[in-house]
Design a protein around this ligand. Structure first.
Ligand code: NAP
Length: 381
């Protein structure tokens, strides 16, 4: 029985019934199955022939016996590879991942603060509003996909006692040391933990995931074969899409991510404050800047804020960025200073030279060590 308060969009895909044995020749057409991909088994073809006098269909199967066996084995293999994945936090990124999970045939359970039952329904996923109902479904994997800022509160609100004891918890937060410590601290010791960061999003991954980096750290995976296999099957979702799989410690990820990710988002958001407009003479470089603004600002501010608050390397990076900007400004104004001085003291009478406001002696005006160019004016004697 499905509880009335549970919004059940539609059941996860039921498996098709096994094909009948040779008595009635099966008319199914095999797909390029996992087995055939792994073992390079050629997929057989089922030929249908119409009798010339319009009678019933004659069916023949190439190597029917072997094919039937392989097809069944392949179905079983695919069935075993299927995971029941509970996505906790079914927002922008959770839905984006769910589309690929569903396309690969995994069963999806979605849970979120807001009502996303319509989107869940469109993906053939069950949507839950109560964490108890979600956990009672005994997912193989619980995927933490909430904002970084709300991760702890959401995690603490889950009734772990309703899950199977060996559940695999995976997070996709864009910072890694924080969720690693959180999961190790909060989860019961029997649960497995895999920290991941798909380093792409709905914008950069909209045309597929091939070649895009996927970082993971197997923080705590039990030794038993089924646990190791479950973790492998989860990672395989991304490997099958062609992601560049990078195993890396959470600490190393955060060191790198401050430069790669926080810097990118910061520059994108600074540029957004300039309200840049497209013009008829855009250069390639300018187009790149416009694209950067679009890419970074389509993510929530919570995400950006999380990159800053929960990665200790981000503060240092922000300071380095400020110093770099100051040093560049100084370099530019220093050169301007030299030119002005030259003109001031070396120009022949009658030529143009600058008069600098605010200084009776014609010296350049500085405020807080910065040359105040705005106070210069040019006059002719
Ligand atoms: P986000 O703003 O970081 O997170 C939105 C999700 O957090 C939604 O599911 C939202 O639930 C939930 N949430 C926010 N505040 C909450 C609260 N107080 N209580 C309960 N739930 C709350 O945007 P996102 O892009 O979807 O990212 C989700 C996670 O994926 C983040 O940890 C992010 O770092 C990571 N990630 C994102 C990307 C990306 O490109 N977007 C890439 C890699 C990793 P409701 O929708 O129900 O309100």
């Amino acid at each position: 029985m499905i509880p009335s308060h549970l919004q059940f969009a539609s059941l996860p895909h039921p498996l098709p019934p096994p094909p009948p044995r040779l008595l009635n020749l099966p008319s199914f057409r095999p797909r390029a199955t996992l087995l055939s991909r792994v073992f390079r088994v050629p997929t057989g073809r089922c030929h249908r022939q119409r009798r010339p006098w319009g009678g019933g269909t004659v069916r023949a199967l190439d190597a029917a016996q072997a094919f039937d066996y392989e097809s069944r084995a392949s179905e079983e293999l695919e069935q075993r590879a299927r995971l029941k994945i509970a996505i906790v936090g079914f927002g922008n990124f959770g839905q984006f991942l769910a589309r690929t999970f569903a396309a690969q045939g995994h069963a999806i359970l979605a849970y979120s603060r807001s009502d996303h039952s319509a989107v869940a329904g469109s993906l053939g996923a069950a949507f839950f509003r109560d964490p108890h109902d979600l956990c009672e479904q005994h997912p193989d994997v619980v995927l933490l996909c909430t904002s970084i800022l709300s991760a702890e509160a959401v995690l603490r609100s889950l009734p772990f006692q309703r899950l199977r004891r060996s559940t695999l918890f995976v997070d996709v937060l864009s910072v890694k040391e924080f969720p690693k410590n959180l999961l190790l601290h909060i989860l019961p010791p029997d649960f497995d933990i895999l920290c991941t960061h798909p380093m792409f999003g709905p914008e950069s991954g909209k045309h597929g995931w091939a070649g895009l980096p996927f970082v993971y750290d197997k923080v705590r995976i039990g030794d038993s074969e089924d646990r190791v296999d479950r973790c492998r099957r989860f990672l395989d979702i991304f490997a099958r899409e062609g992601c560049r799989m990078v195993e890396m410690s959470c600490a190393e990820h955060d060191e790198n991510a401050a430069e790669i990710q926080f810097l990118t988002h910061t520059v994108g958001r600074i540029l957004a404050k300039l309200d840049l407009k497209s013009t008829p003479i855009n250069t390639k470089g300018y187009e790149t800047l416009l694209k950067l603004v679009e890419n970074t600002c389509s993510d929530s501010f919570d995400l950006y804020n999380g990159l800053f608050m929960y990665n200790k390397n981000s503060t240092e990076l922000l300071e380095r960025l400020e110093l770099a900007f100051d040093s560049l400004k100084k370099e530019l104004f220093g050169r301007l200073h030299d030119i002005l001085r030259k003109q001031l003291f070396e120009s022949p009478n009658g030529s143009r030279f600058p008069v600098l406001c605010g200084d009776a002696f014609g010296r350049l005006v500085y405020e807080d060590n910065n040359l105040v160019v705005g106070k210069c004016q040019w006059i002719r004697e």
